[in-house]
Design a protein around this ligand. Structure first.
Ligand code: B3K
Ligand code: ZN
Length: 872
């Protein structure tokens, strides 16, 4: 059926001990000369040698120095097979590849004047013949040769060991990577690159040169990323005891890159949008994203590279773990609460939707047709939540001991999720069998909580029921181990610290007494009862402080109690979440009491001088379309967005005085600088501005901010308001902005993003105009995302137009995109994942649009997704 199955795993029949590669680089014809030292697996003697290879022209092949006769091997365009090899030997191949024709940006490809590589997951086979799987981990020697003038800088994995000049204007650079490394972590970069550099001495005493490379005109915008590398290195030393293990750490910025960045050993390659920044061209959100992606890739050096994956089913072993690590890095360096709130927003709005849609899959899938389709929010974000759950269950010290053990036991190995859990089980003495269901069962667990208070006896009972909904291929689920945080407060708002009586299923170790932000009860069964006896009055219960468990909770509570819990509870994530819930009730159930309570709570917050402005800004950002839609069935986009707009109109009108007061009061704090308080002030000012502009037809405030802006954070937010509210000055401001940044593709992507997300159905006309303009550059993934990705994900009103024009705008581009870059096309196709939840007329339009794509999309990526989207 075209699937690869986890259960079919077999170790490689041949190991590659050492790989020695030499490249003669040229965009039109690059020659790759590979010498591989091969060992047969003693447990699988007599197997043929089977190597992967795609779009390779084989020039020569030899074994142990002797050319191989044509009848000794076969190459069918996908695999090279050699029978009858007696034992350990050296295979030598020379192939020719054509980087200039590589539009998939996978393998060796050109980006502007650079040549660079992207190999994960299965791109290395487009460079040379190899066992393209992560459990084959040679040590490497890489030699690059190219014309010096065109390619003055030549970078590869590992440490530089030699450089020399060659005849006819060419030069050569040799690199050695002494760590066993799978080929998906191979990289090279060549071209006219400039750098910023900084040397550090690691805790273990190694001198390391940190470099960030970019095209010469961009290098002034690399300093922030360079600083972020050093912060990441220091943090991994401190928090996880992990040092850096080479003499250089190189990072290269490229304008054409399918993903965000790639953690190749010692040579990370980045989408330029996650490197280049200064205050005039990047927003505060960009700076924070840069720091977090730099950290993510750096931290992969241990979680991914030193300990790699046995097979691609284990993808979350590196991705979930590394997202957890990078989010802890950001939380330790900045505000933990804000970082968590932002993660919860993504989880709720996007991952929960994925987990309940046509493409739902477990954190460790057990089959796939195309691995590129599994770089998902479930593998990354839910995978990180699972690690966070383990951290919550074990506590920092035991978790750290488990991590130390995992790294020690698996260093230089290709590991599995079982290896990871075994290390934590050994360090903690806990049986993690039930916990492992988080990896194998898809779907977001739902907790229904009911309370009962007997005024006569003072007995208070909480009944917690768990349900994990069916997902494709998994109709029935077992209860998961859920560590549920909770707290009870008395009428005066004091915490009730008495432990509840629990049922037999919860063993004493499954109850962690009251900590600073709530006690934890470990739910293990489908139903649990917690009982307190003899309370003087009905307590107020709060759940899931810090959003510790990635679950949905239904708890019938009056808006008044919910609002009171937001005042009583100190956990900022809970408080933010409580306000989000009030907003959801106001929007989805037209609950006027909830809207009143929300208005009063926001009024208090805006008046509270002690409240962190960044937190207030988060509270002003009401639940987005995806989050609301996930709580509604069927989804009627227009009705939902109208209700959301109505609430925003009402709140912003009622609160206009305090909003304006806050906006003005923070002008100085927002003036400049990347320190936390300045960023927080800008975040709140911009949130206030968006609310105030609703009732400012001439958009005078936004126009003033645009004209006076010193930073992109201020200028961009103002322009966005002008565009989204159709201000009189919008067209002139846009023309001005466009002209100022016409030479900068990343800033161009920004204004395009604001244009295509104008929350009106007619925005689809603007998208159509962009698609017909010089700004449409379909070969550049960032531009495709700017135009179509932002429209699809960020403009629910126009994308879901009842006449289908929004769907068709995206669908009509898919065939052409699929033919050039399947992964970019597949991402956009995946944006239709929620189509079945739409109300019937729109669902029919979506179905027709998707059905119309059958036969047009040729890549395995898009064909796999389309089949899963349309399956009944
Ligand atoms: N590991 C890469 C993702 C590569 C995706 C290839 N289709 C980036 C990251 O997660 O760090
Ligand atoms: Zn990653």
């Amino acid at each position: 059926d075209g699937h690869v199955h986890l259960a079919d795993y077999v170790p490689p029949a041949w190991r590659i001990r050492h790989a020695d590669l030499a490249f003669d680089l040229d965009p039109d014809a690059t020659e790759v000369h590979a010498r591989l030292s091969l060992d047969p697996d003693p447990d699988q003697p007599g197997q043929p040698l089977v190597l992967d290879g795609e779009e390779l022209t084989l020039l020569s092949i030899a074994v142990d120095g002797r050319p191989l006769a044509a009848d000794r091997y076969t190459y069918d365009g996908a695999t090279l097979r050699i029978d009858g090899l007696a034992g350990a030997c050296e295979l030598e191949t020379r192939v020719r590849i054509h980087p200039a024709g590589n539009t998939r940006l996978e393998g060796l490809y050109p980006s502007g004047r650079l040549l660079l590589t992207q190999c994960e997951a299965e791109g290395f086979r487009r460079i040379t013949f190899f066992t393209d799987r992560p459990d084959v981990m040679p040590r490497w020697r890489i030699t690059l040769r190219a014309a010096r003038e065109r390619f003055p800088v030549l970078l590869a994995n590992g440490n530089p060991v030699a450089r020399r000049e060659l005849d006819d204007g060419r030069h050569e650079s040799t690199w050695e990577n002494p760590h066993p490394t799978p080929c998906y972590l191979f990289a090279l970069a060549a071209g006219d690159l400039d750098r910023v550099t900084h040397s550090v001495r690691t805790a273990e005493g190694r001198e390391v040169e940190l470099n960030v490379w970019a095209e010469p005109g961009d290098v002034a915008r690399c300093e922030y990323a360079l600083g972020a590398i050093e912060r990441s290195l220091r943090w991994d030393e401190r928090r996880f005891g992990r040092g850096y293990d080479l003499d250089v750490f190189n990072v290269v910025a490229a304008q054409d890159f399918t993903m965000g960045a790639m953690e190749n050993k010692g040579l990370n390659i980045f989408n330029a949008r996650y490197i280049l920044a200064d205050e005039a061209t990047a927003t505060d959100a960009d700076f924070l994203a840069i720091e977090s992606v730099v950290a993510h890739e750096y931290l992969h050096n241990w979680s991914g590279n030193r300990v790699t994956l046995r097979d691609w089913f284990q993808l979350s072993l590196k991705e979930g773990l590394t997202v957890f690590r990078d989010s802890e890095f950001s939380a330790d360096l900045h505000s933990r609460a804000i970082k968590r709130i932002e993660a919860v927003r993504v989880l709720r709005g996007r991952q929960f939707a994925e987990d309940s849609g046509a493409l739902a899959h477990p954190v460790r899938p057990d089959r796939y047709r195309e691995i590129s389709n599994f770089y998902t929010l479930t593998i990354y974000e839910k995978g990180a939540e699972v690690i966070r759950l383990l951290h919550t269950l074990l506590g920092e010290d035991v978790f750290r001991a488990g991590m130390d053990r995992y790294f020690a036991d698996n260093d230089g190995r290709a590991a599995t999720i079982e290896d990871f859990l075994a290390a934590h089980a050994a360090a903690s003495g806990r049986d993690l069998a039930q916990f492992a269901l988080w990896y194998s069962q898809a779907g977001t667990p739902e907790l229904s909580i009911a309370e009962d208070f007997d005024a006569a006896t003072g007995d208070y009972t909480l009944t917690v029921e768990q349900h994990v909904p069916p997902t494709p291929g998994q109709p029935l689920k077992q209860p998961m181990l859920v560590p549920l945080r909770f707290a009870l407060y008395d009428v005066a708002g004091a915490a009730i610290t008495a432990a509840p009586e629990t049922d037999a299923a919860i063993n004493p170790a499954g109850f962690h007494g009251v900590a600073t932000n709530g006690a934890i009860v470990e739910l293990v069964a489908a139903r649990h009862v917690l009982r307190w006896r003899g309370l003087p009055g009905k307590p107020l219960a709060t759940f899931n402080q810090g959003f510790a468990a990635p679950v949905k909770i239904a708890f019938a509570q009056s808006p008044a109690d919910l609002a009171r819990s937001v005042r009583v509870e100190r956990d900022e994530v809970y408080r933010w979440d409580g306000l989000q819930r009030l907003a959801m009730r106001a929007i989805l159930q037209h609950d006027a009491l909830a809207a009143d309570a929300l208005e009063a709570a926001l009024d208090d917050l805006l008046a509270d001088p002690a409240a962190d402005p960044a937190f207030v800004a988060e509270c002003l950002a009401l639940p987005d379309f995806d989050t609301l839609a996930d709580a509604m069935a069927p989804v009627e986009p227009d009705a939902l967005l109208d209700a959301r707009d109505a609430l925003l109109d009402r709140l912003s009108r009622a609160l206009s005085a305090p909003l304006l007061a806050r906006y003005d009061a923070m002008a100085d704090a927002a003036a400049q600088g990347l320190e936390g308080p300045a960023m927080a002030a800008r975040a709140l000012r911009n949130a206030c501005l968006a609310w105030l502009t609703r009732h400012d037809p001439a958009a005078r405030l936004a126009q003033r901010q645009f004209d006076a802006a010193r930073t992109m954070t201020e200028r961009g937010a103002a322009l966005r308001c002008l565009l989204h509210f159709g201000a009189p000055g919008a067209a002139a401001a846009l023309a001005d902005f466009r002209a100022q940044f016409a030479h900068d593709p990343l800033v161009t992507d920004k204004w395009i993003g604001w244009v295509v997300t104008r929350p009106q159905a007619s925005a689809s006309d603007d998208v159509a105009a962009l698609l017909a303009s010089e700004w449409w550059k379909p070969a550049n993934p960032n531009r495709v995302r700017a135009v179509l990705g932002n429209f699809q994900r960020g403009n629910p009103r126009a994308f879901h137009r009842a006449d289908g024009a929004g769907f068709r705008l995206v669908a009509a581009r898919l065939a052409a995109l699929d033919a050039t870059n399947p992964q970019v096309a597949a991402r956009l196709l995946g944006g239709f994942e929620g189509w079945r939840r739409l109300h019937p007329p729109l669902r029919a339009v979506a179905r027709d649009t998707l059905a119309g794509l059958e036969g047009q999309l040729r890549s395995p990526d898009c064909r796999d997704l389309l089949a899963r989207l349309l399956v009944d």
